[in-house]
Ligand binder design. Structure first.
Ligand code: TGC
Ligand code: FAD
Length: 387
């Protein structure tokens, strides 16, 4: 449906510049994504030239300075961009958030000047597609136990191991990969598509994020020259700080998916007649719809405040965890409730709800599961880690 829910006049807190950015991305989604997304998701294919299209509207690395090809915007703008993209489909937001927060962010934050100049402009335009390899077959929620290794070899290293469940692995031109060196330190390296010993088998038959490609990153003694090492990182703080940026964006993104489901349900309930009346006139349906807009409004306020704190460099990773967890859960519940409002029509591709619902089943797991984010809050308030 592609419009706004603004029950608490939040737009007044944003101001004109942000509203223009939001409108531009909304228009992009309406013209470039919505006409194709259901078919592409049904066929398990991505939108053609998606990354270049996202690059053309400044959605890749929006917070990266223009010197390196980014849009030089702030984190509120980034959040709004993610919201509008995910109103189209979580796969579109995933593409933009991996490239921005998980690939461009670490190169910008931890990379050398040469690495920034070489990679960032090509990633900003979408000419190159990036992937982020942290999760392994035996280590998902617990990436600190990673088995991927860097072994010294002459002036560089040999990289061995496997990363799995990696967004855009099958189509990536470069990958940011996290591995332990012989001293046990966590290092980030940049791997390029043509590196010998590097392969990216695809994970097929997903019921979720079907318009996004997912796969493995396999390293069979890949030689990594020292120029490919990110010089500014040597611990888990490196990869986990990238997650802060991506999780923040997801907290906004899922609001877009929730609004889309809510609006479809509201519209359908107003038009669908049963027992002689629109179903919107029945209290049970009003309860569903009223709770949806309440939860969307609470999530908007949470993400807006988090964006302000992030712009001031004051957002904690624990605050980000709370917002990611709450907002994804909110969106998934709204997708499920909206599906019911539509009855049987809720399961067909004529409406976006089932697609959002299935996508959100991944979003509630990736970037830290629902459980892990709860445990992060638990640790923060009690001072006791229960991992
Ligand atoms: P722990 O001992 O707590 O911490 C190790 C070091 O890291 C620091 N740290 C953080 N730093 C920055 N940001 C954060 N969010 C941080 N969390 C922890 C911490 O202070 C410590 O620093 P230091 O200097 O004292 O050493 O680590 P732990 O092993 O106990 O694990 C903590 C835990 C469970 C919270 C962490 O491992 C975690 O977040 N696990 C979830 C894994 C996860 O989210 N994976 C995501 C993979 S990427 C992905 O899913 C992309 S989906 C993409 C898409 O398509 O959109
Ligand atoms: P596990 O860690 O095995 O967890 C299984 C269950 O156990 C979960 O319910 C979890 O909450 C629970 N659990 C685990 N530990 C505890 C505990 N201590 N206490 C209580 N419960 C616990 N990763 C990347 O690195 N890069 C990517 O680009 C990427 N893209 C992805 C795209 C998709 C579509 C998906 C589905 C995943 C992607 N991931 C990516 C991986 C994602 O981050 C992991 O799936 C996630 O971190 C969870 O890991 P796991 O699947 O191994 O689950």
């Amino acid at each position: 449906m592609n419009s706004t829910v603004d029950y608490f006049n939040l737009d007044e807190l944003l101001g004109q510049e942000y509203l223009l950015i939001r409108q531009a991305v909304r228009d992009f989604v309406r013209t470039e994504i919505l006409p194709e997304i259901d078919t592409k998701a049904q066929q398990h294919e991505e939108i053609p030239n998606l990354m270049k299209k996202l690059g053309s509207i400044g959605a890749l690395g929006p917070f990266i300075p223009s010197k390196y090809g980014g849009a030089g915007l702030d984190y509120l703008a980034y959040g709004l961009i993610m919201q509008e993209l995910e109103a189209g489909d979580s796969a579109i937001r995933s593409a933009a958030s991996v490239q921005s927060s998980l690939v461009m962010y670490p190169i910008y934050t931890f990379g050398s000047e040469e690495q920034k100049e070489k990679y960032l402009p090509m990633l900003a335009t979408g000419d190159w597609v990036g992937a982020f390899g942290l999760t392994e077959p035996n280590h998902g929620s617990d990436p600190s136990s990673m088995e991927t290794r860097l072994r010294k070899e002459g002036e560089g290293y040999l990289l061995s191991g496997t990363k799995t469940w990696i967004t855009n692995a099958p189509i990536c031109d470069i990958a940011i990969v996290w591995a332990r060196d012989e001293d046990g330190k966590v290092k980030g390296v940049i791997i390029e598509r043509d590196d010998i010993g590097f392969s990216t088998p695809e994970i097929k038959n997903k019921w979720s994020l079907r318009a996004s490609r997912t796969g493995e990153l396999v390293f069979d003694e890949v030689y990594v020259s020292k120029e490919r090492l990110l010089p500014g990182v040597s611990s888990m703080r490196g990869p986990l700080s990238c997650l802060n940026s991506a999780r923040y964006g997801i907290s906004w993104g899922v609001i877009g998916a929730a609004i889309d489901c809510y609006q479809v349900a509201l519209n359908y309930a107003s038009e669908r007649t049963q027992f002689g009346n629109p179903i919107a006139s029945y209290q049970l349906q009003q309860k569903k719809l009223a709770e949806m807009i309440t939860e969307i409004t609470k999530a908007q306020l949470l993400s807006w405040r988090l964006g302000v704190l992030k712009n001031e460099n004051r957002a904690t990773s624990q605050q980000i965890s709370m917002a990611k967890r709450n907002n994804v859960d909110m969106a998934l519940r709204i997708a499920r409730e909206s599906r019911q409002v539509l009855g049987a029509m809720g399961i067909v591709g004529d409406y976006p709800i089932m697609r959002h619902m299935m996508n959100l089943e991944s979003v509630i797991t990736y970037e830290g599961t629902h459980d892990i984010h709860l445990l992060i809050t638990g640790q923060d308030i009690t001072g006791i880690s229960s991992f």
